[in-house]
Design a protein around this ligand. Structure first.
Ligand code: ZN
Length: 197
């Protein structure tokens, strides 16, 4: 590393800060960038800036969108009486890939974690409560780790004040796993076998 120019070291450091990228991959990516045409690098950096400038959270579900409301919330063919509650906006992609869910979503923006100082007021829980009317169905699709379970328990408690059908994803999902790593078939089974809470 000592022999590398400072600008290369800096880029390696930036890549290393990304999730799932170790120092070796960061070095490889940096040398790859050095090899490719300047135009490609420019397109990449522009794309990076563009998502930060254009994408924000949907005012209804808190998923990502370039408009005020996302394409799922505005789709008239989707059932607005079923809401699948997920931790992060990327969890929506996992469910969408299954083609097995035609309701809408609500993104909490994380999980309850008292040790890290994350309480109910730090998540999109209040607007979830306001979104739900009697007669609706709510599926709690938080991860099956400690934080995900804690969050699901809390939501069960506050949502039981409403006359709704409340369910939790079935245990086809390995305990402690992240939804992003679950294959579609497992997720479909978990959805089908969801249990009332
Ligand atoms: Zn939305």
């Amino acid at each position: 590393m000592k022999s590398l120019p400072n600008s290369a070291k800096k880029l390696i450091q930036e890549f290393s800060n990304l999730p799932g990228i170790g120092s070796k991959t960061a070095q490889r990516l940096t040398f790859y960038i050095l090899q490719i045409e300047k135009e490609k690098v420019s397109n990449l950096s522009q794309a990076l800036l563009e998502i930060k400038e254009k994408i924000h959270n949907c005012i209804v579900c808190n998923g990502i969108t370039e408009e005020e409301t996302c394409s799922i919330c505005t789709d008239p063919n989707r059932d607005s009486n079923i809401i699948c509650v997920v931790e992060h906006s990327h969890d929506i992609i996992v469910f969408e890939k299954t083609n097995g869910f035609n309701g809408r979503y609500h993104v909490l923006g994380g999980t309850l974690s008292p040790l890290d100082g994350v309480g109910p007021e730090d998540l999109n829980i209040q607007n979830l409560f306001e979104r739900i009317d009697d007669g609706m169905e709510v599926i709690l699709a938080t991860n099956s780790n400690v934080e995900g379970e804690t969050t699901a328990l809390y939501l069960t408690k506050i949502l039981s004040k409403k006359e709704i059908r409340l369910s939790r994803l079935a245990r086809g999902i390995p305990i402690g796993s992240d939804l992003g790593y679950i294959d579609s078939a497992t997720l479909v089974r978990a959805m089908e076998g969801r249990t009332s809470v």
